[in-house]
Ligand binder design. Structure first.
Ligand SMILES: Cc1ncc(C[n+]2csc(CCOP(=O)(O)OP(=O)(O)O)c2C)c(N)n1
Ligand SMILES: [Mg+2]
Length: 363
């Protein structure tokens, strides 16, 4: 596959078309009907949750949130393949993979409400916290990959970044290091066409993002990120490469951020309705649903039945997060170092004095 789709050939890997019809039988992954349906339902759950979170934010019940809307196939494919003992190294737009790893929606809600506990992940092993400093997580992924290889562990590291993240030095250092040491990391670039308002063509003069793999001497592939089957197959093959000690792999997943960058952003300022409509045709849920319906595995009726159940579950976890209690003040200070240094103790004391002063002012 990596020869056939060498990025120098400038061909994007696809398996189904926009109507859900298989156009590339040779690379159709083997997924049982039951498993496929589970993947679709997981994608649907992530979409329902995502849309609902934006509505909570509009009600002033949660802080800034970066929607996953339109990018669900990438996170779902990775989520279907990642094992409990594999490492998940997220950016901030991969809800489906986080949920598959065992992170709960409640924990994600706590994170976006500002609680440190929202990064604890009681049930998810080998999962790093959400990373907002763009691309910094990739250095951690490369380092973890090195440790995994050094300790002879049979684990793969799934590391995510956006198209904008590929312009950061951290991206180049991480992929270069991973290539030199042949570490088992799958770098997944979610090319959603924008880094906030900056279009991908302003991000690089390269022919693609996948082609950057060539310079680092690692395997790379450009994949239709709105095609669940293509993403699944590309990741499945990448896992094999990594487990054979021939990693890393760089995947460029071509997708579209249908929502705003975050709930603080207004995309009408920098993109057109026509462009949005064009990408609606390639919506990942619509394409997979068409495939499932054509193969009599799913129906609109079943979907109408399940969506209210999902909404109820999302609400249930949200209300639990809302009732979590006051934010412990020490959490602001205690997590940066294993032991708090003196200047942080000083800052905490200053903050205490500020709170006392504020309390007298309010009275
Ligand atoms: C090091 C750093 N610089 C700038 C920012 C501000 N910022 C937040 S998201 C973002 C754009 C990221 O774009 P991309 O990598 O394409 O990811 P996407 O948001 O599209 O998923 C920027 C510049 C940041 N968080 N970290
Ligand atoms: Mg982007």
């Amino acid at each position: 596959m990596f020869n056939e789709y060498n990025p120098l050939k400038k061909a994007m890997f696809q398996v189904i078309d926009n109507d859900g019809k298989v156009i590339n039988k040779r690379w159709m992954p083997q997924i049982s009907d039951t498993r496929l349906l589970k993947i679709y339902k997981d994608m649907l759950f992530a979409r329902v949750a995502d849309l609902q979170i934006v509505s909570y934010q509009r009600q002033g019940r949660i802080f800034t949130y970066p929607p996953n809307y339109g990018q669900e196939a990438i996170a779902a494919a990775a989520g279907a393949l990642i094992q409990d003992n594999d490492w998940m190294v997220p950016a901030f737009r991969e809800m489906g993979t986080m949920l598959a790893k065992g992170v709960t929606l409640k924990e994600l809600f706590l994170y976006f409400m500002g609680y440190e506990d929202g990064s604890k992940f009681e049930n998810a092993k080998f999962t790093l916290p959400i990373s907002v400093p763009i691309a910094s997580q990739l250095l951690h992924a490369a380092g973890i990959g090195y440790a995994v290889k050094y300790n002879n562990e049979d684990k793969v590291i799934y590391a995510f970044v956006g198209d904008g993240g590929t312009s950061e030095g951290d991206f180049h250092e991480a992929v270069n290091f991973a290539g030199v040491w042949k570490v088992p990391v799958i770098f997944i670039i979610q090319n959603n066409q924008y880094g906030i308002s900056t279009p991908t063509k302003m991000q690089t003069a390269s022919d693609s993002l996948a082609i950057k793999a060539v310079a680092y001497g690692v395997k790379g592939i450009q994949v239709d990120g709105n095609d669940l089957f293509a993403m699944y197959k590309a990741i499945e093959e990448s896992v094999k490469v990594c487990r054979n000690g021939e990693g890393p792999v760089l995947i460029e997943a071509v997708t579209y951020r249908k929502g705003a960058h975050t709930t603080s952003d207004d995309p009408t300022k920098y993109r057109t309705k026509e462009e949005e409509q064009e990408w609606d045709e390639r919506d990942p849920m619509k394409r997979l649903k068409s495939y499932l319906i054509a193969n009599k595995l799913w129906s609109e009726k079943e979907e109408d039945k399940i969506i209210p159940q999902f909404k109820e579950e999302v609400d249930r976890q949200f209300i639990e997060a809302e009732n979590y209690g006051p934010y412990p003040k020490e959490d602001v200070f205690k997590y940066l170092y294993a032991e708090m240094p003196d200047d942080l103790h000083d800052q905490e004391r200053q903050y205490d004095r500020f709170l006392q002063w504020k309390a007298t002012k309010v009275k």
